[in-house]
Design a binder for this molecule. Structure first.
Ligand code: SAH
Length: 236
């Protein structure tokens, strides 16, 4: 957990025993459950800490995150980046969304077990949940990692963000083309490309980046389109 402590030092948050035991418990249980239910491709503890915990915390360095109180994580899988952020920031509220109910049930039960009380995981497709009035236009920030290409992703994510809020996509080093191709989708959904920030932290030797989109206008009612369409025919 030394690497994780270093990140906490840089974020000026205390890596106290309570947090450490939550991170450890969550990881141990995910790795154990992973033997029967696919939650992550990572099976090694050090790689888990680096690839899931340290990498997920990258967005905590952004000033936009500092101000956000309510955050939604779309396509959270085994709870990333949502759970590591929630353990670090107990005063923020996190809603985690995934279309696979098995994963959602596990996240909710582990969050209950380890008293990660600021996480609520919801089962459903982003295309459908974004139409619910308590979720649409209601988050200060949306985050998403490893879910879809940037054009598809903005259609799945921006509807959840309040006007004045932000969407942050975790992307790899080879994402120039998909980012360039997403200009029309961003504009159509009511956003503006703010900037691309190099992740200050992240798995060693990689150049992870955070693509920051600000929401300037309400998303038109027709978006997101029906389930599957944003992936099949992205706005170009
Ligand atoms: N964010 C996690 C998981 C990435 S795998 C991580 O970085 O480790 C992608 C996840 O997105 C899967 O769990 C899949 O079920 C979910 N997903 C894909 N399309 C989705 C959609 N339209 N709505 C909700 N979840 C979706």
């Amino acid at each position: 957990m030394k690497e994780l402590k270093e990140v906490f030092d840089r974020l000026n948050i205390e890596f106290d025993e309570e947090r450490e035991s939550k991170y450890k418990g969550y990881m141990d249980d995910v790795l154990e459950l992973n033997k029967s239910i696919n939650l992550t491709a990572i099976t090694d503890r050090d790689k888990f800490i680096e690839g899931h915990y340290v990498d997920s915390l990258a967005c905590a360095f952004l000033q936009e995150f500092d101000k956000a109180r309510r955050v939604v994580d779309i396509g959270t899988g085994g709870g990333f980046p949502g759970v590591p952020l929630a353990i670090a920031y107990p005063d923020k509220e996190f809603v985690l969304v995934d279309s696979l109910n098995k994963r959602i049930k596990i996240i909710n039960s582990l969050c209950e077990k380890y008293e990660i009380t600021n996480v609520k995981a919801i089962h459903g497709r982003a295309e459908e949940l974004a139409r619910k009035s308590d979720l649409r236009d209601s988050f200060d920030m949306c985050v998403s990692r490893a879910v879809a290409n940037m054009s598809t992703l903005v259609e799945l994510c921006l509807p959840f963000v309040k006007t004045g809020g932000f969407f942050v996509a975790y992307k790899g080093p080879e994402s120039d083309e998909e980012i360039n191709n997403s200009a029309k989708a961003i504009k159509t959904l009511g956003g503006t490309m703010d900037r691309i920030a190099a992740a200050e932290i992240g798995p060693r030797g990689t150049q992870h980046r955070l693509v920051i989109v600000s929401k300037e206008r309400e998303t038109p009612k027709k978006y997101p389109r029906k389930p599957g369409t944003p992936g099949k025919t992205p706005i170009r």
